[in-house]
Design a protein around this ligand. Sequence first.
Ligand code: KE4
Length: 431
Amino acid sequence: MPQLTKSAELLEKAKKFIPGGVNSPVRAFKSVGGTPIFMAKGQGAYMTDVDGNTYLDYVGSWGPFILGSMHPRITAALEHTLTKIGTSFGTPIEMEIEIAELLTQIVPSIEMVRMVNSGTEATMSAVRLARGYTGRDKIIKFEGCYHGHGDSFLIKAGSGALTLGAPDSPGVTKGTANDTLNAKYNNLESVELLVKENKGNVAAIIIEPVAGNTGVIPADKAFLQGLRDLCTREGIILIFDEVMCGFRVALGGAQERYGITPDLTTMGKIIGGGLPVGAFGGKREIMEHIAPLGDIYQAGTLSGNPLALTAGLETLKILRDENPYPELERKAACLEEGFRSNMEKLGLNYVQNRVGSMGCLFFTETPVTDYDTAVTSNLEKFGKYFHAMLDQGIYLAPSQFEAMFTSAVMTDEDLEKTVKANFVALQAAEK
Ligand code: KE4
């Protein structure tokens, strides 16, 4: 059990000035209990907390750290920008062209792109663009998927909203909620029915092509192809929200892995390499409607910020040039096999879902293919498992409805340590 004296003290002080003592709800340990841990340093695959405890990090800043934290090339690039270029201008800079061009080369569907500062900004902007372009009001999302905290998305949302039991947030107006329709993941009929009931009034279907906010749920390829065909037939904009799975499950994201082309893609996390960056992009004929070229407004004081773009650019170049994906696949598969073997020894049969280096161990024996099956997980068991892993120096997301991210800097020794800890933690979860 890590000694958490300083974290506990800091939490009490933080609660005086910050709601719940955290700047994002999922960090609060609310669904697993215990004290959120204040970290003091990150290095590679590890984090050290304010009490000096060190953890192998499977959260990776909630996805960005596919290359681990403080990667030497990224740190050096940031130092150069910080000392030789500047931190912000509020003017165009050449780096913006570089990352935009790189994204059109990496992500199959992107012809034009706008940089923003978070995944939420990206998804909010993409939905506004789809509504403005089509002149339609409704959007279809999927139960359990999370697209940031924009009003239109906080209806049966995943991630922190689901974790805290507030999938429909107060403060979202009835008018807004009425324009958001929820379908069932991996269930094309549920989408077709909504489209039929709202004929000619659905602007967009937005989906996580690999769901990572209900735990990890892969979409069936046929389901995604069905969405693509339906959107083409009905003139609906298909938005792939690749904020989490983008650059994670393949360099070109889920759309490369599955070979399905969306009309718009939203991005975040890895694209900022740990600094605040988001982006949305897609077909030129759609993107050209964004101000100042078009009349659909979207803006941001720090969009295209040199520091943030430096980290994102360096990250994307390393991913493109070093191709860590085969090794990431091997490492994540090694964990999955180790966990499976442990469960066999213990007579357990819990479900594991994984796509590339994002995976999830669900405390249910029901195959998890959508929200309804994800919520059959035993949250009490997950909480015990989470803390037993933490006690052994393995830092997982403090929620059953999040992803476990394997990073390229994890060694085979790290993986062996994790599999050993999993065996102990599975036993603890059953007590
Ligand atoms: P941000 O606004 O948090 O940068 O991105 C929102 C977002 C959009 N789309 C997807 C698919 C996402 O996963 C996210 C954010 N993911 C959560 C983790 N599940 C962020 C963690 C948090 O809320 O602190």
